[in-house]
Design a protein around this ligand. Sequence first.
Ligand code: NI
Length: 266
Amino acid sequence: MLIDTHAHLFDDRFRHDLPAVLERAAAAGVERVICLGIDRASSLQSVDIANRYSLVVAAVGIQPNHAAEAAPDDWDAIVTLAEREPRVVAIGETGLDRYWDRTPLAVQQDYFARHIELARRLNKPFVIHCRDAEADVVNMLRRYAAQGPLRAVMHSFSGDRATAHACLELGLYISFAGMVTYPTAQNLREVAQDVPLERLLVETDSPYLAPQPVRGRRNEPAYVVHTATFLAQVKNVRLEDLENQTTRNAQELFGWPQQTQLEARN
Ligand code: NI
């Protein structure tokens, strides 16, 4: 069994066939999908999807590229969802992004700090988006690590080995998405070889960047199998062992709501 630890099921590209997408995921051996919001509206949608489909749980947050356009009460709405909704298992996605540069860095840092502090207060993990901002992210994480252990994952890891080691030292999990399967991503494969199986997670980041051999299509949670199969080869372990360990890792990091709360309405 596998867990897709990062998907955006509220995306328009799933509007017409989400039930079929989730059926295919279950048939492919995916036992849980975490649907992450990127702003207020999509965080609400993520919670709504988690409440409708037992396969799905939610994370809520304002992604750094959306922080500039966030209204003041958008953050309050995120806090309320995180506090009240039992199927919210994590805070995010959050982090820093210098690639798109849509939000001034100081605003991104302010929102990143809010997410970390909210996660701490509610004893939930947080999910980090990092693009071309590795040093800034690690610096900020080190500041918070000085106050207590971090429960977090670097999602769709795209940094170098030094960054990966810094994150591992901080106690983080490292998650790989479809990019690691691309022929040009030799550097990511080297990072994947370094990451201990006990700290590894897998994800699709659906609907973006589908793995080989379905690259170019709309990505969906069932395709996490391709990334897992690829990583098992890279790490020279049996697929079954990689599935079991990454699933245990996800359960340990995210935990799940109690069984009664998992009996969603579908
Ligand atoms: Ni994402």
